[in-house]
Write a protein that binds this ligand. Structure first.
Ligand code: 9MR
Length: 329
């Protein structure tokens, strides 16, 4: 280990601290992480099992993963994560059924009539939700349906089926597992803005029409020092519609290299997101998008940025870990 790493990371002996999942439970909340199934052994598995009460498969349940070839399914990683969660008394957030990305090429390259597209989607949802019926507490049914200006994103689904694909997907998912809580999940909708206004109006209208919408997921892929000041107010207004809210993909990226000042700011950012959730009864879950910098999407997508999670690459808790713990009381 380098001197710098020693300076900026907490002592490894954090095992004596109360696990985050116990702190969260005392507040009536779940604390979750996205996971990669193949890594759920050794230290990674120990931390995932001990610290978190909710798991989200980072990629394992996406359409492109589970049905890479039409009609031939691969549930290996998804099954593995669900089994791990059951063994560790954890909830699973299923992620995700209807998205514009990470779809199999047979689907995206096909040319489908609207009726064909609708039945493909219905079958996909029935098959996947049905397989895990009773074992998945919450589903991100629809992922990222809006543009930042609040207009509908022009996706395969929107172009083929119109905006009604959202209500249809929720209805099909509900039929396949009536006890799962069904979410719409999006990013850049954490604060009060054009995108979250559109999401708010959609949820309001779905509720009014009796469509089974149970929750709103605010992803929270944030930039250091930029937690929206209206986060709590935004969570509160969704709760006021009678749906649950979850922070579903929290990370706080910084320009590398990390230093003491940045890590202290990151600690404050994680704490303020968790505090915004604990302040609202219907905010039920805060999930980080990978708990270790060794398993984060950030460096691959934003060159020069990283260190976005609460544990460093060697699985040592960072100040951000203690920010979460403090906000959980
Ligand atoms: O973490 C996921 C990463 O491994 C994938 O390469 C990426 C592909 O888009 O998707 C990541 O997860 C995304 C999530 O499913 C939806 N919200 C944004 C996340 C980060 O891209």
């Amino acid at each position: 280990m380098t001197g710098a790493a020693l300076l900026f990371t907490a002592p490894a002996a954090h095992a004596a601290d109360t696990p985050l999942r116990d702190l969260a439970a005392a507040k009536g909340k779940l604390i979750g992480t996205a996971v990669t199934g193949s890594k759920l052994t050794g230290t990674y598995g120990d931390i995932a099992g001990a610290q978190f009460s909710s798991l989200t498969p980072g990629n394992a349940m996406k359409w492109g993963t589970v049905e890479p070839t039409r009609g031939s399914f691969d549930w290996t990683e998804a099954d593995q994560i669900v089994a791990f969660a059951q063994a560790h008394h954890q909830q699973v957030r299923g992620h995700t059924l209807v998205w514009y990305s990470q779809n199999p090429s047979w689907l995206t390259n096909g040319s489908w009539t609207s009726a064909q597209l609708g039945s493909l989607l219905q079958n996909h949802i029935s098959t996947e939700v049905g397989r895990y019926k009773g074992r998945i507490a919450a589903w991100d049914v629809v992922n990222e349906p809006f543009n930042d200006d609040g207009s509908y994103r022009s996706t395969l689904w929107y172009k083929g089926l119109g905006s009604g694909y959202i209500a249809s997907a929720l209805t099909w998912a509900h039929a396949a597992d009536p006890n799962a809580r069904l979410y719409i999940n999006d990013y850049n909708a954490e604060g009060v803005n054009a995108k979250s206004d559109a999401l708010y109006n959609l949820v309001k209208s779905l509720k009014a029409r009796g469509v089974p919408i149970g929750g709103v997921g605010l992803q929270a892929h944030l930039i250091l020092g930029q937690v929206p000041s209206t986060l709590r107010q935004n969570i509160q207004r969704f709760a006021g519609l009678g749906v649950d809210v979850a922070i579903t993909e929290l990370d706080v990226r910084m320009q590398l290299p990390a230093d003491r000042t940045k890590l202290a700011q990151q600690k404050a950012d994680f704490a303020s997101v968790v505090a915004a959730c604990t302040a609202v009864a219907r905010c039920v879950n805060v999930t980080v998008w990978g708990f270790t910098d060794a398993d984060s999407w950030v460096p691959g997508t934003f060159p020069g940025y990283g260190a976005a999670t609460p544990y460093d690459e060697n699985y040592r808790p960072k100040p951000a870990y203690y920010g979460i713990a403090q906000a959980l009381g």
